[in-house]
Ligand binder design. Structure first.
Ligand code: WTA
Length: 653
């Protein structure tokens, strides 16, 4: 990252505004800008009273003594309190009519369906909690979960939470080496996996990968295996056990442990730009409170809703918004195991139609894929059940936002563009769909209780409207990460040292004259052209606003004259042909949309862009390709290696 104190310049001009429909607002939990302002003011004026009032929404075995102990940069929330996440997500609904409500509706990629009511889910969780105890797992022990998106993953999480074990979920697409690093860093005693899972019609052989990994993980005593695909696996006697066999031997009664508010709930590894992955630590009460509140507020969740967040549970979005937030609210949460284009590119729309999904939360990378595949796949399904759409994970280009609104939402559903991070535990900046007029490409305003700002590198507030800078968070919040597992120095350094006294998010952002936030991308991706620092997101948005373009990624390569030249990697919509004329047209288009300064020096067409396994574009790799034609940096988080090969081959053409 540059140590320059120059701000990031904004060149994106977006003037469209979409206020919520009156009918939506009337029924919403937070139903007007005034309601939002009232909550914000309450939280800003007396934060501890505000959080104490909010914490009343959870079940407590024992009330806390102190709302917040803040010894910067370390927070303790609701100190002295005793609660349990699993109890909040399950037991408290059993005393209500929700006992037989669907908690999880699951669809496997091959098409099977399973529904678990709250009562059924509770029983499965209790059984598995007893299984873990039988395997010697005690309060504070770490358990690794390496599973496909099957109900057993949610069951295992809730079982860990029930007995105070700390889970570390490892995304089911990661390699043996990635498992070894994570399991060893956390010192896990047990690994839970499956024989396999389904992805694009093929079996992902999870147990095989685990067998490989367990050669290098001395702390692991037991491996519990879910039978999912039924394919043959090697079971090492004494170490490996079938889930279904163990579950038969234990009782379905397991009272939830009364845990301290700050008891470690989970570790989730996130890759930094360089170096080894960081084990982000989240604890019990504060994390759950924010997952609970944000799910209710941002998704305007009602008891009648069928809610679907498409994220894999291996990412934080799946933790907070597939499992903990929805279940704590007593909602019906849908889980789908497989790929969006299996067997055809309309699988998601088929699922929405079949289950009458009301709330749909996905990522810009998926939306861009849908655009590329073409709207005919969407329009052949009845999506009239949808009432709210959400997005997370990357900045969404205004034209992709408009497409989402019109084609998927039929022009009637509000869109919540939610900005947050693994580290923040829950959504920080987002519209409240019944209260906030939305603007395509803006995450709008911080939620009540969240104090964000834009600063220069030296810590001065950037107050001018439209001026870019570094996004920071100025006050502790309940679901903040507590530290990096085993490396508190890195915690201080990565988040609390870049700018004095505030949390450094690593994203660029600007605020417009209405106080709306526009996220401009990771600050490491900023491009410096002739002394102007530009966020990649805005140039990409200009490209995507051209009707031929589905997706674009912009990076810098060294340029003697200008400091940096701009190289744009562009994926076209399904039916479009590449040509030199189109390259020229796109360059002109960017110059017209945002100015000659941002005109790409080079356009490269590509079928696909290199992405992380959670769908974020890896501009770092594109930067290497654009400047040297080769990739030397770390590629372990890359989703599809063949993409790099193709990009290199194109270079040689
Ligand atoms: C980016 C995912 C723009 C951002 C929950 C952040 C976004 C990083 C948005 C965290 C959004 C996430 N608009 N950018 N709505 N949401 N990001 O840890 O760069 O996987 O810092 O958490 O994703 O990614 P993570």
């Amino acid at each position: 990252m540059s140590s320059s104190t120059t701000n990031i310049e904004s060149v994106l001009h977006e003037e469209r505004v979409f206020p919520p429909a009156a009918s939506f607002s009337e029924a919403a939990h937070i139903s007007s800008p005034a309601d939002y302002e009232r909550l914000r003011a309450e939280a800003a004026d007396a934060p501890e009273e505000f959080w104490a009032r909010m914490a009343g929404e959870l079940h407590w075995f024992k009330k806390w003594d102190t709302v917040l102990k803040w010894d910067a940069p370390h927070a303790e929330w609701f100190a002295g309190g005793k609660t349990n996440v699993s109890y909040n997500c399950l037991d408290r609904h059993l005393e209500t009519w929700r006992r037989n409500k669907a908690a999880i509706i699951w669809e496997g990629e091959p098409g099977e369906q399973r529904t678990l009511t709250y009562l059924q889910l509770h029983r499965e969780v209790c059984r598995f909690a007893n299984v873990l105890r039988r395997m010697g797992v005690r309060e504070g022990d770490r358990v690794a979960l390496y599973l496909p998106l099957v109900p057993e993953l949610a069951i295992a999480m809730l079982a860990c939470a029930r007995i105070g074990a700390t889970h570390s979920i490892i995304f089911g697409g990661f390699s043996a080496t990635a498992i070894i690093d994570r399991v060893n860093d956390a010192g896990c005693r047990v690994v839970v996996t499956a024989d396999g899972g389904w992805r694009r019609g093929a079996e992902v052989k999870l147990k095989e990968t685990v067998d490989e990994a367990l050669k290098g993980t001395p702390t692991v005593e037991h491996c519990i295996v879910v039978r999912r695909t039924g394919s043959r696996v090697n079971m090492t006697a004494g170490r490996d056990h079938w889930w279904h066999e163990l579950a038969e031997t234990v009782s379905a009664d397991c009272p939830a442990a009364e845990l301290d508010s700050e008891h470690p709930l989970f570790i989730l590894y996130t890759s930094g730009t360089t170096g080894k992955p960081k084990g982000i630590l989240h604890t019990t009460a504060g994390y759950l409170l924010w997952a609970h509140l944000t799910t209710k507020w941002v998704f305007d969740l009602k008891d009648e809703d069928t809610y679907w967040c498409t994220a894999d549970i291996g990412w934080v979005t799946g933790h907070s918004y597939v499992v903990y937030g929805p279940l704590s609210n007593g909602a019906t949460t849908l889980m789908y195991e497989g790929a969006p284009n299996w067997p055809e590119p309309d699988r998601f729309w088929r699922i929405i139609e079949r289950h009458r999904v009301n709330i749909f939360y996905t990522a810009p990378t998926a939306i861009r894929a849908f655009i590329k595949w073409g709207e005919q796949w969407v329009s052949k399904h009845d999506l009239s059940s949808l009432r709210l759409l959400g997005t997370v994970g990357e900045p969404i280009n205004p034209e992709a936002w408009m497409w989402y609104r019109e084609v998927v939402g039929g022009g009637r559903c509000p869109i919540v563009d939610t900005w947050w991070q693994t580290e923040t535990g829950g959504i920080m900046i987002s519209p409240l769909p019944g209260a906030t007029p939305t603007k395509p490409g803006s995450a709008t305003k911080p939620l009540p209780g969240i104090e964000v700002d834009i600063m220069t590198k030296t810590g001065e507030a950037v107050t001018a409207a439209g001026q870019g800078g570094y996004l920071v968070i100025k006050r502790p919040w309940p679901s903040m990460l507590r530290t990096i597992w085993g490396d508190d120095a890195r915690y201080r350094e990565a988040y609390w040292s870049e700018i004095d006294g505030v949390y450094f998010a690593g994203d660029g952002a600007r605020r417009d004259r209405d106080g709306y936030y526009w996220i401009m991308g990771r600050v490491d991706d900023v491009i410096n052209v002739s002394g102007h620092r530009l966020g990649t997101m805005e140039i990409e948005s200009a490209l995507v606003s051209h009707e031929a373009v589905a997706e674009a990624a912009v990076v810098a390569r060294p340029d003697e004259l200008k400091g940096s030249g701009i190289v744009a990697f562009v994926t076209l919509e399904g039916s479009r042909e590449t040509s030199d004329a189109l390259k020229e047209e796109l360059r002109r288009h960017v110059a017209k949309e945002i100015g000659a300064l941002a005109r790409p020096d080079e356009i490269r067409f590509t079928d696909a862009l290199p992405k992380t396994r959670s769908g974020k574009i890896m501009r770092r790799l594109l930067r290497e390709i654009a400047s040297s034609g080769a990739v030397s940096g770390d590629t372990t988080t890359l989703e599809d290696f063949s993409v790099l090969e193709k990009l290199r081959a194109q270079e040689e053409e």
